[in-house]
Design a protein around this ligand. Structure first.
Ligand code: ATP
Length: 511
């Protein structure tokens, strides 16, 4: 097993053991690709939401929020194209009976070649040291060039299959590339079929009067159908945006990789309405803006990259992903799409209601164009969890597991630990807890030796631990111990809030 897979397994079991994520309905053997956020998970998730929401709505005077419902009129999904086109191309392996997304099989094939190129580059880097020029190497090394050619050929063939809606050639591509079932190794494939990803249910009391409706597969349509309501009541002028966080549902077929691909998940989406003709400018500007936002978190700039879509969705004139280096490789974290005026125009047509904006600057009405930023909350959670998970060997040869979560996202900002329960230390510590609990989320723990309590807090990412000892009662001072450095300082009780605030205040990140 590769070290990355190994690390990923550890992260998944850590998430369960330390109360971040549980399998849904576990006592009934679970429901595949559906997860519950546990006591620490829900705190981290809420903090991520809050960070996104504040940076969209609080930091931009031209973006407002919305919370639209999951259930919508069924015509919404006719208009948006989801009934007819929200499909995945699926292929079955006849021997293993396992089902795959055809495009994912091909993308995994490409990723393997990319890994070969990266290995070649790493080797050369080691050999040439400081003198190594990666661009030059990519342009001149025969093995790299050959592999890059394979990637480019495969990408362009796949793109053409999607453009032509040609599933026969797509299957042929899988056969020609000799792609085998990653589980069984078999190359015995069925034809490719389209499969709609929407969950349906029915609304209404009796079976005769009931009609089929869908659980929303994206939050965006709730924003589109409310576009004019929000614009009129907020009196916003174009360009302006509407942000929303909410659940979305997709009947994903390959539901692997933990919370990366779930059937019930949460999206944080912002639709930015712009004047026709200005969409490319706004698309570029949101691309840059979103990348900056990610990098500001400090999970490592090298863990992000853009990936332009090979296959544009039916509504888009430009689209890219921000990919994150998950333990299983670079994969989509956020999508940025220039959605044209497709959605609003479709809703005008299907509803018979005008969804136009009167632009006082040019004295004209038009259907705005839309640039969307759409990030999966659960994928962001996984990115934070995976990149903050560290196993460290300590000076005394023990190891500690520590989640180096950016402090303002940590489930608890502070843990209060009286050295012993007796001699009035508990009472003193509880008073500090009561005085500070209105300011931030605090854990209180007085069980076991203090070293073990530190480890427990390290494992859930608490940035600061505070210990109360016998001197505290005499001099009103406590020891603060910092998660990442394990350094300790002695501070006056009156200084605690300031010390913690400096490290965890969200405004440091927002600005
Ligand atoms: P993928 O190609 O991985 O299926 P997508 O391109 O269909 O994703 P979008 O429709 O662009 O995804 O959705 C926007 C964001 O929602 C994605 O960037 C991702 O972070 C998140 N997302 C989409 N599907 C899922 C899912 N099944 N589970 C968790 N998050 C998801």
């Amino acid at each position: 097993m590769s070290t990355n897979q190994d690390k990923f397994k550890k992260i998944v079991s850590h998430a369960k053991e330390y109360g971040f994520i549980f399998q849904s309905s576990e006592i009934y053997d679970g429901l595949s690709a559906v997860y519950d956020y546990a006591q620490n998970g829900v705190e981290l998730k809420n903090n991520i939401k809050n960070y996104w929401w504040s940076s969209m709505v609080q930091m931009n005077d031209n973006i407002v929020g919305l919370d639209s419902s999951i259930l919508m009129h069924p015509t919404t999904w006719k208009a948006s194209g989801h009934v007819d086109a929200f499909n995945d191309p699926l292929i079955d392996n006849k021997d293993s009976k396992l089902r795959y997304r055809a495009d994912v099989l091909i993308e995994d094939y490409i990723a393997k070649i990319e890994t070969k190129i990266n290995k070649e580059i790493a080797k050369a880097k080691k050999r040439f040291g400081d003198a190594f020029d990666e661009d030059e190497f990519r342009k001149t090394n025969n093995r790299v060039l050959e592999n890059q050619k394979k990637i480019d050929n495969t990408t362009s063939k796949m793109k053409k299959c999607f453009e032509d809606d040609d599933l026969v050639s797509l299957k042929q591509l899988i056969v020609d590339l000799e792609i085998s079932d990653p589980v069984s190794g078999s190359k015995n494939w069925t034809d490719i079929k389209q499969f709609n990803l929407m969950f349906s249910t029915s609304i209404g009391a009796s079976s005769e009067s009931a009609s089929e409706i869908f659980l929303r597969p994206e939050t965006a349509q709730g924003i589109f159908v409310n576009f004019l309501n929000v614009q009129k009541t907020s009196r916003k002028k174009i360009p302006f945006g509407i942000a929303q966080i909410g659940k979305a549902f997709r009947n994903e077929i390959i539901a692997r990789q933990f919370i990366f691909r779930m059937r019930e998940f949460e999206q944080m989406e912002m639709q930015f309405f712009v004047k026709p003709g200005t969409q490319s400018k706004w698309y570029e500007s949101w691309k840059e803006n979103r990348m900056k936002w990610h990098k500001a978190l400090g999970l490592g700039d090298e863990n992000y990259r853009f990936h332009d879509h090979d296959k544009l969705a039916h509504y888009a004139d430009a689209a890219c992903d921000i990919e994150f280096n998950f333990p299983f490789g670079f994969k989509e974290l956020e999508g940025i799409h220039s959605r044209t005026n497709f959605d609003l125009t479709q809703h005008e047509e299907y509803s018979g209601k005008k969804l136009r904006y009167f632009d006082p600057e040019i004295n004209e009405s038009y259907v705005p164009y839309v640039v969307e930023t759409s990030i999966g909350l659960d994928r962001m959670f996984l990115a934070v969890l995976a990149s903050s998970f560290n196993e460290e060997e300590l000076k005394d040869k023990n190891t500690r597991i520590v989640l180096k979560i950016p402090g303002f996202l940590s489930p608890y900002k502070l843990a209060i630990l009286p050295l012993v329960k007796k001699d009035g230390l508990s009472e003193y510590a509880k008073k500090i807890y009561d005085d500070l609990k209105a300011h931030f989320n605090i854990a209180y723990d007085e069980k076991d030796a203090v070293g073990r309590r530190y480890r427990r807090q390290d494992a859930i990412g608490t940035p600061v631990c505070l210990t109360v000892d016998h001197d505290s009662i005499k001099d009103d001072s406590v020891t603060l111990r910092f998660r990442d450095s394990m350094d300790q300082i002695r501070v006056k009780v009156s200084e605690i809030k300031k010390e913690i605030d400096n490290r965890i205040n969200i405004s440091n990140w927002l600005s």
